[in-house]
Write a protein that binds this ligand. Structure first.
Ligand code: NDP
Ligand code: MG
Length: 378
């Protein structure tokens, strides 16, 4: 039985991952969250992990007091999060924190030779070059949790030696599919948080509404599957039944289908290379009826163009864009900027100099520069 440490255990992916661990009896040895003390305490009592990280240092003492009767080590801050990613007591780490704070724990898990189930796409958007190189050097498998990347990973099973023509990266289109820029001028966080097919954390849900999520996923696929950005085609598929597909050199297209439920990709990463029964609703194609496909509207959802430009330039440009986006999404959720300003700020971040080498230090410097730019532009 794999012993698991879950970073972001109180979130949408994290809580579903814990259910998968319960279903299959995987011991949970590490837990980490940002500040949700109540749920983290509940999880600590239920799973009896060896180590728990409460990232927010101002809550460290109060959290320690909450679990003082339990034999658990409590840690905090980025060092604590990295400890949860590299602890001896776990064989596998699921990184399901949201945002680029996930990068250093990802590297810590690789350096400690943990099998890595990766939901945190911002890790690859910012540090893809570093992460993939380090994983190769250390011979550590990276198992994608993002549903599209899990699908591509599954389509490639058994065909790793074959030449790929294209990856067909599917996108639901989010709540604003078919809208014009004019329609989007006054949308509120409540409108944008209303995703048609998936129930996810707030940040990724806003990313789905701006379609930056698909831009981030294009970059994620570029790093995971060693293809050129031009080989990744984004296809709007409203039903979210085809989770993505791969076209091989003979033009055969292999796709992975299923009901939209994150439990399946989360479980596949945890049980890989095995397949186990999953408590998800089986796909009923008669009920689905028809599958539809559309081209993305890059003139309305300009984040797609920005993401393509960022990865075309490479280096630290995806980091600049990602950091601007993380802050812009937060500002939008806080009611400080409009929906369309998110895309405008992401585009502006590419005006900064991102030509430096990809190192952790330079990534953190780029993050600071992008934050400064966003804050001075609003
Ligand atoms: P949520 O916002 O629901 O959860 C985020 C989790 O990360 C929470 O447990 C949060 O803790 C924790 N967290 C945030 N910052 C820190 C930190 N600094 N230290 C420790 N823990 C932290 O996000 P999701 O579960 O939706 O998404 C997580 C990641 O997975 C994202 O990168 C997202 O893009 C990706 N993903 C998500 C999918 C989904 O269906 N939700 C699908 C595909 C990918 P707290 O609760 O205390 O704030
Ligand atoms: Mg996805």
């Amino acid at each position: 039985m794999k012993r698991v440490s879950i970073l972001g255990s109180t979130g949408s992916v994290g809580t579903q991952a814990l259910e998968v661990c319960v279903t299959h009896g995987f011991p949970v040895k590490g837990l980490a969250a940002h500040h949700n003390e109540v749920l983290l305490e509940e999880q600590t009592r239920r799973f009896r992990p060896h180590l728990v990280c409460i990232f927010d240092e101002s809550r460290y003492q109060s959290f320690k007091t909450r679990v003082a009767d339990l034999p658990v080590k409590v840690v905090t801050g980025i060092e604590g999060l990295c400890e949860a990613a590299s602890m001896d007591e776990a064989d596998m780490v699921l990184n399901a924190v949201s945002g680029m704070i996930g990068l250093r724990p990802t590297l810590a898990a690789i350096d400690a030779h943990k099998e890595l189930a990766l939901a945190n796409k911002e890790t690859l958007v910012t540090g893809g070059e570093l992460v993939m190189r380090r994983a190769k050097e250390q011979n550590v498998p990276i198992l994608p949790v993002d549903s599209e990347h899990s699908a591509i990973f599954q389509c490639l099973n058994g065909y790793r030696h074959c030449k790929v023509n294209r990856i067909l990266l599917t996108a639901s289109g989010g709540p604003f599919f078919g809208k014009t820029r004019e329609d989007l001028r006054h949308v509120t966080p409540k409108d944008a948080l209303n995703h048609p097919n998936w129930n996810m954390g707030a940040k990724i849900t806003i990313d789905s509404a701006t379609m930056m999520n698909k831009g981030l996923e294009l970059i994620e696929a570029y790093w995971l599957f060693d293809v050129l950005p031009e080989q990744i085609e984004i296809v709007i598929h409203r039903e979210s039944v085809i989770h993505s597909a791969v076209e091989f050199t003979d033009c055969a297209v292999i796709a992975q289908l299923g009901t939209p439920d994150m439990k399946l990709p989360i479980q596949y990463a945890l049980t890989y290379p095995e397949r186990m029964p999953c408590p998800t609703k089986a796909l009923n194609l008669w009920e689905v009826g028809k599958l539809t496909f559309f081209e993305p509207d890059e003139e309305t959802f300009t984040c797609l163009k920005t993401a393509k430009e960022a990865i075309r330039r490479g280096r630290l440009y995806p980091t600049l864009m990602n950091c601007a986006n993380e802050l812009a999404v937060q500002l939008f959720l806080d009611g400080k900027i409009s929906f369309l300003q998110i895309a405008a700020l992401n585009e502006r971040a590419l005006e900064l100099d991102g030509s430096g080498e990809v190192t952790v230090e330079n990534i953190l410097n780029a993050e600071a520069a992008a934050r400064e730019l966003v804050l001075s532009s609003i």
